[in-house]
Ligand binder design. Structure first.
Ligand SMILES: [Zn+2]
Length: 53
């Protein structure tokens, strides 16, 4: 069930669009909360996304 999956795994990496565990929260230029997977987090930091605790 795709929609059910979406409901429970709503966090999707904004860079690679994959659902991964251990997502990290970032804030983009517009103050929008985004999720980035550990694989893409290095790229996110180069893009100057602010990391949230
Ligand atoms: Zn990713």
């Amino acid at each position: 069930m795709n929609w059910l999956n979406k409901l429970f795994h709503g966090k999707k990496c904004v860079l690679c669009h994959r659902h991964t565990s251990g997502m990290r929260k970032y804030m983009d230029d517009h103050g929008q909360l985004i999720y980035v997977c550990p694989t893409c987090s290095g790229y996110a930091e180069r893009r100057a996304f602010r990391k949230l605790k």
